[in-house]
Write a protein that binds this ligand. Structure first.
Ligand SMILES: *[C@@H]1O[C@H](CO)[C@@H](O)[C@H](O)[C@H]1NC(C)=O
Length: 367
């Protein structure tokens, strides 16, 4: 186990990044602090009215957040949006309005942010007004007043990256939950009916990308991630173990960078080499990401995983025109939008929406 990395419980998915961010000397103090903030996050979230008893929040012994114990919100509905925080500009507010409109019918239990939460340079600190300007004051719709589970994107690393992980933000907007690595578990059917689950595995993909570590690259806030290689090895081990021990019917992995993409950034070779083999072996059903500012669905012959890019939260229209059906590309849409997911124990349905709230692509998976 890594010396520098003092995470005492490899399976404590919740806020692992926080716990592992400490230096040797401050280790125990920070673990204490992190534990206190975990408790704080959980308590604040459970007080939030929309959870109102029906949406009970707790963690299991493997560190997964239990997002619902009651089964009255089966099927589960949730939405994914990435690459959004631009004070409402570049159609961010328009996408937000459509998400709210669709949420009226679908009744999302929560929303997922696929990273690049605050442009251009993340948050400058826990007091940064950008948090309200780009999040709280934009996603104001009634049907978006649900927990938001976020990962970090590369732009978030240009600022104070620890600020986005800080529970101080939860006090400013109780919907906010951002972590480096964590899991969510949702029960779809009661034990009497086989006890099926859907589990989400959130992973911070930013430190995998070599380019960001080059001296010519714009500075990144790498606090808590050094030494890099040890951190990455441990992160992958934890993910692999968590996927392997998961009893969920559906396993959904969420990160900022695409594994495969036809967008302007394209494939992420580091993830093809290091993350994809684990997801293939452990039979993840979906890999969901942002980074390329577009909507994509890729299903290749050489992997059972469906690759979903939902990076259309604001600035888009890069002028990309990928060849349809190349490398299993089922959808490439260059503009803004978001995706919604409906999950039962036997059926997973994905809808892709554009800025007008029109469905532009659908995916159906069955167990
Ligand atoms: C907003 O969305 C419309 C419709 O897709 C598009 O034509 C327009 O270019 C978008 N505006 C920006 C700034 O991206």
């Amino acid at each position: 186990m890594a010396v520098e990395n003092c995470s005492h419980d490899e399976e404590a998915g919740l806020l692992t990044g926080k716990i592992s961010s400490c230096s040797k000397s401050k280790c125990w103090f920070q673990i204490l602090l992190a534990s206190v903030s975990v408790v704080l996050v959980i308590s604040v979230i459970s007080w939030y009215p929309s959870f109102g008893g029906r949406f009970i929040q707790s963690t299991n012994k493997k560190g997964s957040i239990i997002i619902s114990k009651s089964l009255d919100n089966n099927p589960l509905h949730f939405a994914v949006v990435g690459d959004w925080g631009r004070k409402g500009a570049y159609n961010q507010s328009w996408v937000a309005a459509q998400m709210d409109k669709i949420g009226q019918g679908q009744k999302f239990s929560f929303l997922i942010s696929a990273g690049d939460n605050f442009y251009e340079n993340g948050l400058s600190g826990i007091e940064d007004p950008l948090f309200e300007e780009s999040f709280s004051n934009v996603y104001t719709g009634e049907n978006l007043q649900k927990p938001w589970f976020a990962v970090l994107g590369n732009h978030d690393y240009h600022g104070d990256v620890l600020a986005q992980l800080d529970s101080a933000l939860v006090l400013r907007d109780s919907r906010w939950h951002c972590g480096r690595e964590y899991q969510l578990l949702h029960q779809l059917e009661s034990s009497a009916h086989g006890g099926s689950y859907v589990e989400f595995f959130f992973i911070d993909t930013v430190p995998f990308v070599d380019e960001y570590w080059q001296t010519y690259h714009k500075p990144m806030d790498w606090r808590g991630l050094l030494p890099r290689e040890e951190h990455l090895v441990q992160k992958l081990q934890v993910l692999s173990k968590a996927l392997e021990s998961s009893v969920a019917t559906w396993k959904i992995v969420v990160g900022h960078h695409p594994i495969y993409s036809e967008g302007s950034h394209g494939d992420t070779v580091e993830l093809i080499e290091r993350l994809l083999p684990i997801l293939n072996t452990q039979k993840a059903d979906l890999y969901v990401n942002g980074h390329d500012h577009c909507l994509e669905h890729i299903k290749r012959e050489d992997s059972s995983i469906n690759f979903i890019t939902s990076g259309g939260g604001s600035k888009a229209w890069k002028g990309m025109k990928p060849t349809p059906n190349k490398n299993g590309v089922k959808l490439y849409y260059d503009g803004q939008g978001f995706t919604t997911f409906t999950v039962t124990s036997t059926h997973l349905h994905i809808s892709y929406f554009d800025v007008y709230g029109s469905v532009i692509h659908e995916v159906d998976l069955y167990k």
